[in-house]
Write a protein that binds this ligand. Structure first.
Ligand SMILES: C[S@@+](CC[C@H](N)C(=O)[O-])C[C@H]1O[C@@H](n2cnc3c(N)ncnc32)[C@H](O)[C@@H]1O
Length: 218
């Protein structure tokens, strides 16, 4: 039997690690912790400062994962395209989004979230118009060892492993000539690999590197 199992239960699709007692992973935008963060984080949420969130702003989230960051950005009024490479994660996300559309608390937010199952590097290569903002939050190898990583993200790390080189994704994002590219990196050991950001915002364990560009006229 394989270590990870996709289960379809009464609440929706869940990913279970058979070798752990950890709760199966379910994407639930109506979950208490996420709603609390949405209602109490507000403008203090560093992510929203990093993307300079404004209603109507178009964001491409290249690394949708559990959809937490995408949800917070959409809750602040942004229109978010979620790109996710893993078919299993994309299925969990699609399931979470469809439940989110049925809940009055999350409905209006989830209508601003569109999911595409794709590799972001390929997808960005086909992008015709620059976006307002491109957001990248890849899994870094050393983040896997961090004791601070908990819950769904921990299971995600075990399931997916290392995400590859952030530099390749960042280069693809910058090549679209989009106005703002934001990369979330670990505070310690998250080298900018020679791609020096215009500025940084720092939190306790992570930071946001912000790259600004002037889009070419079309
Ligand atoms: C650290 S998680 C992102 C967490 C997310 N920000 C959240 O709030 O839940 C990274 C995710 O990005 C996805 N990913 C990594 N590289 C990608 C790529 N090139 N294209 C699309 N998805 C990618 C991985 O499959 C994984 O689900």
């Amino acid at each position: 039997m394989s270590r990870f199992q996709l289960i379809h239960g009464p609440t929706g699709y869940q990913l279970q690690d058979q070798t752990s007692l950890q709760k199966p992973l379910l994407i639930d935008f109506n979950a208490g912790a996420l709603q609390y963060r949405r209602n109490h984080g507000g403008k203090k949420e560093l992510l929203l400062k990093a993307i300079s969130a404004k209603p109507g702003q178009q964001v491409i989230d290249c690394t949708a994962g559990l959809g937490v960051d995408a949800f917070l950005m959409a809750a602040s009024g942004c229109t978010v395209t979620l790109l996710e490479r893993s078919p299993v994660l994309a299925l969990l996300l699609a399931d979470g989004l469809s439940r989110g559309l049925e809940e009055p608390e999350t409905q209006s937010i989830v209508t601003r979230m569109a999911l595409v199952q794709t590799d972001a590097i390929e997808w960005l290569g086909r992008l015709k118009q620059p976006a307002d903002t491109i957001y990248i939050d890849q899994m870094f190898p050393h983040r896997q060892k961090s004791a601070a990583v908990k819950g769904g993200m921990q299971l995600l790390q075990k399931f997916l492993g290392d995400d590859g080189h952030v530099a390749d994704l960042l280069a693809a994002a910058l090549a679209t000539n989009s106005r703002r590219v934001v990369v979330k990196r670990p505070l310690v050991g998250g080298d900018s690999q020679g791609m020096v950001p215009d500025y940084q915002l720092k939190a306790k364990a992570s930071r946001f590197d912000i790259y600004l560009q002037i889009p070419a006229a079309h």
